[in-house]
Design a protein around this ligand. Sequence first.
Ligand SMILES: [Zn+2]
Length: 377
Amino acid sequence: MVRKITISILLILFLSFSVYSEEVIVKPGDTFITIFTKLFDYDKAISIYKDLKHRLPDFVLKAGQKITFDANYAHIPIDLTKEVKIFKKNDGYHIDIIEHDIWTINSVVSGTINGSLFETVSSLGESDELAILFADIYQWEVDFFKEVQPGDRFSIVVEKRFVKGVFAGYGRILAADFYNKGRTIRAIYYNNGKLSGYFTPDGKHLKKGFLRAPLKFGRVSSKFTSSRLHPVLGRPLPHFGVDYAAPTGTPIYATGSGIITQIGFQRGAGNFVKIKHQNNVLTTYMHMSKFRSGLKVGSRVSQGEVIGYVGSTGYSTGPHVDYRIQIGSKYVNPLTFVAPPVVIGKNEIVNLNNMSRKVVDLLNTGYNRTAMIKMVE
Ligand SMILES: [Zn+2]
């Protein structure tokens, strides 16, 4: 009986509130004034808007945004951390801007690969975003398309953000372990003001100097060799590059950051780009159909930036990119070339390990829970 009455009261309360409550979805072309003249007269709506812009200069109503109107106030959610309430008063109005704190919690996510990394991460109730953050850290060590096996294990300490107790996204991965191909690679985030990124506990930067290939996908159609029969010239010639066959128009990426020293056309190379990198390393990309617009000698390019597109210009029998690496004037084999890793100094290594102690403890907790894994590095 008591329960029945309670339910009835709740129902009445609910109904009486819902009568006065209305949700408005901002449509393209709506303005603050057209929407707020629902609750206020025209002049008031204008002064409310001015007040609001004064206190929240970035404030704009976006199409699709929801505004809730009650008998005497309007509620505008701005983003995860901010909301605005506008109250109707006898003689005017009152604006409340409510800001919520973001709570960051360092949390451990551990798992054993079953299917793809994405499937595994999502089976743990986490989002793809975490798999992407994780794969980004290890991209220099592991080819996630080919080298990930069922049974590989990972443990991640990641910042999770919460607003009003609700998960609101990941921050940074602070440390991680990845057990793959019989070895465990530990990555710790470190920032010394000049250099930031992920390092092994013994101070090696996980980010290697160069991408493995100038294309995301492509087939090696000709390897580096000191003598082969040239397909166009018909006589034996050394091939100082690796050819990657790919459809015309496939983007070609700078494999390392550097400065363009040559860009143009040559009879043999066709449209080509040459980039000078740190430590006297040069990379060359040949036979392009076209360059990315805006590039010229002296342009600075970042690793992974598109510099041009696959083509078949110059001495070429089909669309491909001939990719070459030189150290000084000597050509080296791009398929085996390993850029020396950046290693921080001894004091820095001590710093890195001191600063990351708590995070690593947390990482070990998740790690022990999964399995005992032999540490290789
Ligand atoms: Zn070639």
